[in-house]
Ligand binder design. Structure first.
Ligand SMILES: *Cc1c(COP(=O)(O)O)cnc(C)c1O
Length: 372
């Protein structure tokens, strides 16, 4: 069993992906070829955003968004410590200071009710993360941002395709930033990412930053980066789009099936999904005590798992000097207990049952700590 099954997906999509790749090899426009614009148009429509700007990765998308809103040295960006490092890393790299606000213990997303107390005169933006594929309380976050004149950048690396109150992730705030890393809900075969915005001025800024700040060839109007997404990677994503909505339905069904199967297993907490939104389950994550033993038992049973993420960023050496109101106890606690199970659109029912049976056995086997 694989943690993320990309092989079955490729077997199903081989015709369209191979044809898309061959077309790029034939026309030879490897940088900014026609597939780049074609993908941007398709993804803008899919999310309901006015503008889509493809970029080199999800990490680059975050950096370019922060540069586009003119983040200045020492500006503060409120974010969650319970995320992949890139979120806070790009804030620091852009000259800003991450200010960490704790998460909700049940959804593992940033606790919007704690954000306003962290706003200062230096705050420039809020960067919520749509963790595991579920959008945070975006309307509440946007309302706080509006009161204080802040930008909101959604780190939507895990939530492409997710729905929040009838609208789609990436189209909910100043910028949405997503990733096409191979194992994300919509992946390419290398690195890729995209920014989404309804603001034409910010979209233009992002397009310029993506190519070294050029407003015309060799006219460097602003500071930029080398941040383009390859034509070939855009072709791969285009080759996957035909089945993407079906994959989202499969992910929802597999997530619901996990919920159902796990409801009968004592000792397993599930990450809550709010009724006004869904999760695209970039990860299907449970909460268990004694995680190391459970993970080892699952590994012995041939079930791959992963931990997203063991140590929140405010406890990482690189971010020790960052701000925050408190020690973010819910983030620390989640870091000790989260465990992600195999998930992909092609995960079969028998395999899924095997995962749950192995998890139940691992939880109820007397582990070393339960021994007298
Ligand atoms: C994957 C991920 C990123 C980084 O995306 P890359 O495409 O790998 O650079 C950023 N934030 C979160 C929350 C992620 O999961």
């Amino acid at each position: 069993m694989q943690f993320t099954d990309l092989k079955t997906q490729y077997a199903a999509l081989k015709g369209s992906i191979d044809a898309r790749i061959q077309r790029v090899l034939d026309h030879g426009q490897y940088i900014m070829g026609p597939e780049v614009q074609e993908l941007e148009t398709a993804l803008a429509a899919l999310t309901g955003s006015k503008h889509c700007v493809t970029v080199a990765s999800g990490t680059e998308a975050l950096l370019i968004a922060l540069m586009a809103i003119d983040l200045k040295l020492g500006d503060e960006v409120i974010t969650t410590p319970f995320t992949f490092a890139a979120t806070a890393e790009m804030i620091v790299l852009a000259g800003g200071k991450p200010v960490f606000v704790d998460i909700e213990a049940d959804t593992c997303n940033i606790d919007a009710s704690l954000i306003e107390a962290a706003v200062t005169a230096r705050t420039k933006a809020i960067m919520p993360v749509s963790l595991y594929g579920q959008v945070a309380d975006m309307d509440e976050i946007n309302a706080i941002a509006a009161r204080h004149g802040l930008a909101v950048i959604e780190d939507a690396a895990q939530s492409f395709g997710a729905v929040y109150r009838g609208r789609r992730s990436c189209a909910l705030s100043t910028f949405g930033a997503t990733s096409f890393f191979p194992s994300k809900p919509l992946g390419c075969y290398g690195d890729g990412g995209a920014l989404f915005t309804d603001d034409a001025r910010l979209a233009q800024a992002a397009r310029q930053i993506r190519v070294h700040g050029q407003s015309a060839r060799y006219t460097h109007t602003r500071l930029g980066v080398g941040g383009r997404m390859d034509t070939l990677q855009c072709a791969v994503v285009l080759g996957k789009l035909g089945r993407f909505e079906w994959e989202l339905e499969r992910r929802a069904a597999i997530g619901a099936r996990y919920d159902e199967l796990l409801a009968g297993v004592p000792g397993v907490g599930r990450v809550a999904v709010r009724p006004d939104r869904n999760s695209v389950y970039a990860q299907y994550t449970v909460l268990v005590d004694n995680r190391a033993a459970v993970q080892a038992a699952l590994q012995a049973a041939g079930i791959p798992t992963a931990v997203h993420y063991p140590i929140p960023l405010h406890h990482q050496p690189a971010y020790a000097a960052c701000g925050g109101a408190d020690d973010c106890p819910a983030s620390v606690r989640a870091g000790e207990r989260v465990l992600s199970l195999p998930m992909s659109a092609d995960l079969g029912a028998a395999d899924q049952e095997r995962v749950v049976q192995a998890l139940a056995a691992a939880l109820h086997a007397p582990g070393p700590e339960a021994a007298p």
